[in-house]
Structure formats: C-alpha cells, structure tokens
Design a binder for this molecule. Structure first.
Ligand code: FAD
Length: 352
C-alpha cells in the first residue's frame, strides 16, 4: 500500500476514487486492479476496515464465502494482502466533502476534495461509504466527553486491553450482551446495566448472561446512569437511578455504553446523486447511481432486494468494475477472464 499522498498543489489524476475503505471499498481495489484500473481510496477513519474493524474486530463472521469463520480484523487483513499487488494509494483520516461533475456526458470527469485539502480528478467514482459517517450514540450524561477514549469507550478493539478492568456495560442489545460475555473472562468484574429487565439481544446470549448472573460471575443492575465520578479522565464510579427513582453507585474504572449508532449521511447528501431514504439508489446491472460515472456499492446503496451483507458488496464491486472499465478505457475491449486460467491476471498478481 502506498503511503498517504496528501496534496496541496495540483489535483491527483487517477482512474477511480473510492470513497470508503470498508470491506467493500477494499475489494473494489482488487476488482478494478484486475481490469487495469488505478484507484485512490479515501476514508475518514485513521485505519482501513470500516465497520469490521471499528465495531467488531474480534467477532467471528460466519457468512463470508470460503471462510467457516473469520474475525472482522482478520477479514480486513486478508483483503489488504489480496489487494496489495495493485498498489492503491490510501488517504486515511480524510473525509471526501466535495464531489463535482466536471467533464462532458461523453467523457465524465469528477473533481473531489477532502476536508484536509487533497484534491482528485477521476474518470469514475465508486462510493463505498457504508452507513455514511457513523458515530456511536452518546448517552446524555453531563461531562461524559472528558472521559471518552480513556474510561468511556464505545467499541472494543482489543479484548486484552480490558484485562483486570472493572467494567460497567450499559445497554440491552446484541453489542451490550456480546461484550458482557466476551469480557467477563478477562475483566476484574463486569456489571451489566439496562433500564429494564428485558433484553433485545439474541435469546441465547440473554440465557448465557443470566447463567453468569446466577453463578455470581457478573452483576446485573436495572437502572440508568445519571452521573460520573472520577478525576475528569479516569472514572472511579458511576451514579445511577433505578426505575423507582432511588439512587445507587457502581464502582468501575471503565464504562462501555452500547446505545446504537447514529448514521449521518454526511456530505454525500449534497453531491446531487439520487437518494432513496438516505441511501444511494442504484440500478443492479452495474450499481451505477443516477449520475453516470458515479457508482455505489456496499451498505450505502439501495435497490429492490438489497441485503446489507459483505458478500453483496463484493458482488457489487465486481459488476461495477466491469462497467467502470468503459469509462476508464473506452477504446479497449473487455474480455471476461477467470483468475485461475488467465496468465495476464496472474502476472498482475505477481504469481505467473
Ligand atoms: P463500511 O464497513 O461501513 O465502511 C464504510 C467506510 O466509509 C467507513 O470506514 C467510513 O469511515 C467511510 N466513509 C463514509 N463516508 C465517507 C466520506 N465522505 N469520506 C471518506 N470516507 C467515508 N455483515 C456480514 O456480511 N456478515 C456478518 O456476520 C456481519 N456482522 C455484523 C456485525 C455487526 C456488529 C455489525 C455492525 C455489522 C455486521 N455486518 C455483517 C455488516 C457489515 O459489517 C457491513 O455490511 C459492511 O461493513 C459494509 O461494508 P462497506 O464497505 O459497505 O461499509
């Protein structure tokens, strides 16, 4: 992978800019690369991987073809290895905030600019922006911001980082229950708190959690957090209220609130692309949007029957790449080839 090529001078000219380095944007690098199409990839986050790395790096995924089970992080690591031969340039920690059509209908060109000033001119754009810029919902607790990052965390990136911590997990959905079960063996103590004794999470996780409570391995409290105690960055306890208005305190050094994510479509709402309920509407032969030359794959797109699965995004990447070939190499005929039998493809991958 090339290092970030941030630019203050002339725009970077490339075949395709991919907006989003989640699993679908990454696999698009591969599909485009197989067709001799160069890509630059931009992501707001400081690392590649999208939701797989941000939200569930250590959770096994069971429905990726060819993997009986693969964690979110391992899937991204494998994708990074798979796309390495195509040497896409990555511009991380930058948000694409402007996208303007600047070419002609016969030869579309797109000007893109990130919030750090990197500019591109591309023959096609592939938007793989997932849920847009997604952010965890912050509970309305006074002063919580100053504890975020150290004592208040909205995602578990590495289970080991929680060894011997005194953890309060707040929430009643899958994330709250999954992390209660996963962190219990390493934490000093785990307390799960939900506002009522009724959970939305998968029934087998709820059963496992109740068994741990019955055996005394974890605590379950019903109530809501109303305040935090600590030195302004390190937490020592949380102040809570039960459903009858009574107060109590839970000693802890770490709080993990799992109240879901807010999806902000972000700047792409202003790019003049046809949207349906905050998703990019695409046709299904190539996942092209209402603007010729702008494609959308993965969780950000919508069409009849859409399933928000990684494997759907992989399929979409392959079809989009074939249509993009027409924009990038209008004078070249595209011949369909299998990777197993094409020495041309194998040469590109360095395995011929
Ligand atoms: P994302 O992974 O969301 O990545 C999009 C990227 O685009 C992000 O990194 C974001 O920062 C970036 N971005 C957005 N806007 C901009 C912008 N303007 N400029 C620059 N960058 C931008 N799927 C399965 O198939 N199987 C499973 O078992 C499974 N389990 C899941 C479990 C959980 C807990 C969750 C939350 C999801 C799960 N999914 C699963 C869904 C799967 O993770 C998504 O379908 C997949 O991540 C979508 O990939 P993507 O590349 O479209 O988008």
């Amino acid at each position: 992978m090339n290092p970030d090529a941030s630019h203050d001078g002339a725009p970077i000219e490339t075949d395709v800019v991919i907006v989003g380095a989640g699993p679908c944007g990454l696999f698009a690098v591969f599909q485009l690369g197989m067709l001799d199409i160069r890509a630059h990839v931009v992501d707001i986050l400081p690392r590649i991987g999208g939701q797989c790395v941000e939200l569930y790096p250590e959770k096994p995924i069971y429905d990726i073809p060819g993997f009986a089970a693969v964690t979110g992080q391992a899937l991204i690591d494998n994708l990074a290895r798979q796309i390495a031969p195509f040497e896409a340039a990555f511009h991380l920690g930058q948000m694409v905030e402007r996208l303007d059509a600047v070419g002609t209908p016969e030869a579309p060109r797109f000007a893109l600019r990130t919030d750090t000033g990197t500019r591109f001119i591309a023959k096609a754009v592939l938007i793989a922006a997932g849920g847009g810029s997604f952010q965890p919902k912050r509970p309305p607790i006074p002063g919580i911001e100053s504890y975020e990052g150290e004592s208040v965390l909205y995602a578990v990136r590495r289970i080991e980082a929680f060894r011997d911590r005194e953890i309060l997990i707040v929430g009643g959905g899958d994330s709250a229950l999954d992390w209660t079960l996963a962190l219990q063996p390493v934490a000093k103590r785990v307390t799960l708190m939900h506002r009522r004794d009724d959970f939305r999470a998968a029934p087998h996780s709820v059963d496992q959690m109740r068994a741990l409570v019955a055996s005394g391995a974890i605590d379950l409290r019903i109530g809501q957090v109303t305040g935090l105690e600590g030195d302004g960055s390190r937490l020592s306890a949380v102040i809570c209220r039960d459903d009858r208005g009574g107060g109590f305190t839970i000693a802890c050094d770490t709080m993990l609130p799992f109240f879901g994510l807010t999806k902000k479509l972000g700047p792409l709402a202003d790019w003049g692309i046809g949207l349906t309920e905050n998703q990019i509407a695409v046709e299904t032969s190539a996942f092209e949007s209402s603007v010729p030359g702008i494609f959308a794959i993965g969780d950000i797109n919508t069409y009849p029957g859409k399933l928000k699965l990684i494997l759907s995004g992989f399929h979409e990447a392959a079809l989009a790449a074939h249509r993009i070939h027409r924009y990038v190499h209008p004078d070249k005929r595209l011949t369909f080839q299998h990777s197993t039998s094409s020495t041309v493809i194998q040469a590109k991958l360095g395995s011929a």
